[in-house]
Design a protein around this ligand. Structure first.
Ligand SMILES: [Zn+2]
Length: 383
């Protein structure tokens, strides 16, 4: 499959030069409006049917469709077009190329991969390859905060398989962790600081809880690790309690982040923390606590035998002339949303460094290779 290298380079330079910082992360930032306009025009120009989705004002996703002749599996190439903040960066929007590296915010996470998805669709359109299934390019909004874009698209678009092109250095990512945010609120009793007989110190009770939580934390990390993503973990991310020096603390709150591995459920993970609270309440009649889960992101895992994995494996082998490594990753990605919606999904993307850091770059040659692999995988999967 012939990749148009000039299109890859020119498209990626433009994508990086357009500021698409997520406005939920940075109030007043532009979001996806301008970049979505550029992507839609480019996809229309290469012959795709293009639609814009706007789940919230100013938060836009673009869906380009290369229609198949019907009867085959459909494939979504998914990349987010928002980025994190640019504070501290010397050249956030330069798109400068030095020694084969293209620099700027989002080059690596993940406009490089987005350019590759677009170039893969162009290669398929240019070659007049008539696939049976549709090939979709989804440039989605808001992955860096709440995943508005992918959440919205899966409500409207039916697709059989997806490749989420978060950067993986051209390795095939088959699993990542999920996470839960859990709040534990301990109730004490306010009283004058001299009235030890009346007050119940919620902060002291929190100490007892945290001692038990630390034991659970060690136990989680000592478990047999998942072969691709390692063991589960947790941390006591935020603490608050008490209202004044001469007052017994009436309330103490901890917000916990629990990182889950494939196979673990929300019920299990929350149950471990509820178990600590129940044990403490049994041995101390002044211990009163409530456990509340306020955000859940599921872990992700796909079988190596899935058709989508086989398609990427064989395309990568053909283009790279070696079998790609199977890997897991720790951060959460949109792949979990797609997989949970019944879309068989794998993660495969470009090479580079500096996601969310001051110097970010993507290896331009890896973007071209990625485009070629995505196009070959589409031919395999959608024929
Ligand atoms: Zn990303």
């Amino acid at each position: 499959m012939q990749i148009d290298r000039d299109y890859v380079r020119e498209t990626l330079v433009r994508l990086v030069q357009i500021n698409s910082v997520n406005p939920t992360l940075v109030p007043g930032a532009p979001g996806e409006r301008e970049i979505a306009g550029f992507i839609a025009a480019s996809l229309t120009g290469i012959g795709l049917k293009t639609e814009i989705f706007e789940p919230e004002p100013g938060r836009l996703s673009v869906l380009g469709r290369l229609e198949g002749s019907a009867g085959g599996r459909s494939l979504m190439l998914n990349a987010h077009c928002d980025t994190v903040d640019v504070a501290g960066m010397a050249e956030p929007f330069s798109g400068a190329i030095r020694d084969g590296k293209l620099y700027g915010r989002g080059a690596f996470d993940m406009k490089g991969s987005l350019a590759a998805c677009m170039a893969a669709a162009k290669a398929l359109a240019d070659s007049k390859t008539r696939l049976r299934g549709d090939v979709l390019v989804a440039a989605v909004a808001d992955e860096e905060y709440g995943s508005l874009g992918t959440s919205d698209l899966i409500e409207h678009v039916k697709v059989d398989g997806a490749i989420v092109t978060e950067p993986t250095a051209l390795n095939v990512c088959l699993a990542h962790k999920g996470y839960l945010w859990i709040e534990v609120e301990i109730a004490g009793r306010a009283a004058h600081g001299s009235k030890f007989d009346l007050g119940i110190d919620a902060n002291m009770k929190m100490g007892a809880f945290l001692h038990e939580l630390a034991t659970l934390e060690r136990e989680l990390r000592a478990r047999p690790p998942h072969p691709l993503v390692g063991p589960p973990s947790l941390h006591a991310a935020m603490l608050s309690g008490g209202s004044g020096l001469s007052t017994y603390a009436a309330q103490s709150t901890v917000k916990i982040e629990r990182r889950t591995i494939p196979g673990e459920t929300e019920v299990q993970a929350v149950g471990q923390i509820q178990g600590i609270v129940d044990r403490l309440a049994e041995s101390d009649r002044d211990f009163h606590a409530t456990v509340r889960t306020f955000f859940v992101r599921d872990p992700f895992e796909v079988a190596p035998s899935a058709a989508i994995v086989k398609a990427v494996d064989s395309a990568a082998k053909k283009v790279l002339r070696r079998s790609p490594t199977h890997m897991g990753d720790t951060p959460w990605m949109d792949s979990a949303l797609l997989q949970a919606a019944g879309v068989e999904t794998v993660v495969f993307g470009a090479t580079g460094a500096g996601a969310h850091a001051d110097v970010e770059w993507v290896d331009l040659e890896s973007v071209v290779k990625l485009a070629e692999i995505l196009a070959e995988a589409a031919v395999d999967y959608c024929s």
